[in-house]
Design a protein around this ligand. Sequence first.
Ligand code: GLU
Length: 632
Amino acid sequence: MTRHRLRRSLLAGACGLALVASLPTSASPAPRAAAPGAGASPAASDAASATKRWTTKNATALGTGGAVSSVDPEATHAGIEVLRKGGNAVDAAIATAAALGVTEPYSTGIGGGGYLVYYDAKSRKVSTLDGRETAPASIPRDVFIDPETGEPYPFTPDLVTSPASVGVPGTPATWERALDRWGTLSLRQALKPAERIARRGFVVDDTFREQTLQNKDRFAQVSTTADLYLPGGDAPAVGSVFRNPDLAATYDALGREGTKIIYKGRIGSDIVRTVQSPPKTADATLPFPKGYLEKSDLAAYSVVKHKPTKVRYRGLDVYSIAPSSSGGSTVGEALNILKTKKLSTLPRTEALHDYLDASSLAFADRNAYVGDPAFVDVPLKTLLSKGFARSRACAITDRALPTPTDPGALDGSGCTTAPPVGRNDTGTSTSHLVTSDRWGNVVSYTLTIEQTGGSGIVVPGRGFLLNNELTDFTPVYDAADPNRIEGGKRPRSSMAPTIVLKDGKPVYAVGSPGGATIITTVLQTLVNRIDLGMTLPEAVAAPRASARNTAPPAGSPAGAGAVTAAEPEFIEAYGDQLEALGYVLTPSGDSFTLNAQIGAVAALEFRKGGRVLAVAEPVRRGGGDAEVVRSR
Ligand code: GLU
């Protein structure tokens, strides 16, 4: 199908929608959601009255013609629909991401940012887009310090639910840039399936309700957010249909006018107004520290195109994202360290011991050396060098490496160390998706609004949440910390969208949400698949542990170390053996985690004859959905 015909066919697919709902024109303001208590909610109604909606999930799918895996069946089907109509992997990725903005609004959306990695089959080249949020130019160093106590505000809910933590969104610019550069669809066409889902609604599942309830107290303090997500004062019921007409109108306007409507236009003005004067309810008790976002910050935003990180591992080339994310450098360094070990021949406990310690060592270096390269001199080449990896690998003995361990000396002088710096952040939001097409192009894309529920602030009349990404900076300014707060800077991320090639052709695409556990989840999935003899579905489903160079909790006995968060199933399976080596396994989970699960992988494996195995989580986060264009 030609580019022109494809565009027509996708728009035609969306036209019926425009007929059944009267949309505001792009020039008129979007309608506001009704106030809670005003009779039946516009957002929730009986599922039975709705048109076809995608609710069935497949953890794996094998076939040809292209594939999509994401956490949500509506989003996966949006991508598959684009592929079926002749779109490519980039078109499908943006359609899937836009749909996630509707159905996974607490993890992703145009109010946030992310990183996209793209393999181009024709040139056999891997490229990346850094669509990370940036700090306002005038952000003060002490933005996260409570003037009353002189200490940082409590992270949750105070800092998280705060205009101060909202960075300039990078997701709209990422979508536009990716489509312009590699896609065949216009932004308008790529947004149409998502616009349709927002308008006709999707079926609320347990995860959506749980995530809403988890955020209920803070959402209730922001009128626009309460109106949209707490209709009638409660989280939408499981099985009801959730509609977001404001977001549908926003996507429509964004598609018609392009991202200038955000970076230089009226949606941008709304974002700035919302940050400067958040729509708090009269009885809000949270402090809502002041935000500094200005129109000039939006106008100054640009997506950055870095060279991908690349390491060679067991005959494969592992490509991922370079700083401002620490994902590619940290996974890459850990793989380089593990390359010095023969994991496939080791008993499982020993292989896991190497995995955990390699991860802790790489995290120590990440915390000390990685930040936004526009502001910090990141020694990326050294961090990804074999020599440096050897100087770090010698710290792994037959006992657990006590944590926190110091970062390595950059001159690679053996197991010497530099003083530790930096915070070891965790998080649980975000979403990862992977797509491929019949031509062999591949996308691995992780996007986020940071915390589950982001800043908790919905832009009035626009139907999307703003991010709280700036909480990824170290909250207390330290000139030696590469992740210190600075105006115009991107906070360090852990996102690690990854594509693995063999002889220039894709073998795997993988990524995950989960804050800093993203790094260990991607690393563990690769190790499981490449070294430990698991199939890709097994590698994804296997219980996880996340060693991030964590200090022992206060009150621990002297010498306690090697603190490692782990899923209960991991502790059950390997706890005794690893604790005998000196690990302190603690059940994963924090105040914003529904349960003790680590990550939510979406992955692809490329096989002979153009066949692709698409894999989603079978259980975590309620399971994801993997689909192919043609099953076989
Ligand atoms: N903000 C996190 C990061 O960029 C992602 C948040 C999450 O996955 O919970 O690493």
